[in-house]
Design a protein around this ligand. Structure first.
Ligand SMILES: [Zn+2]
Ligand SMILES: [Zn+2]
Length: 77
């Protein structure tokens, strides 16, 4: 079983999970450093300083290393 760690929804296959992660509304932030996605709440304690929740990644800063997913999509035009 594969579980989306953003919304805890479960999927039969890894592919189904991958497809879901592209549209998961709870994975709103994207780290340019490691390419991971996570909830905004996972990246900040105080709503001011943002950093990537992945332990071995030093991506930080909203609009610096971390982007909102909608922004990433429009930026690739
Ligand atoms: Zn999800
Ligand atoms: Zn990262």
């Amino acid at each position: 079983m594969h579980t989306c760690r953003n919304c805890n929804q479960s999927f039969q296959t890894e592919l189904a999970l991958e497809l879901h992660r592209d549209t998961c509304k709870k994975g709103q932030l994207f780290c340019q450093e490691c390419g991971d996605r996570f909830q905004e709440a996972d990246a900040t304690q105080d709503g001011w300083h943002y950093e990537c929740p992945s332990e071995d990644c030093d991506g930080e800063g909203l609009q610096e290393d971390l982007y909102q997913v909608e922004d990433v999509r429009t930026a690739t035009h």
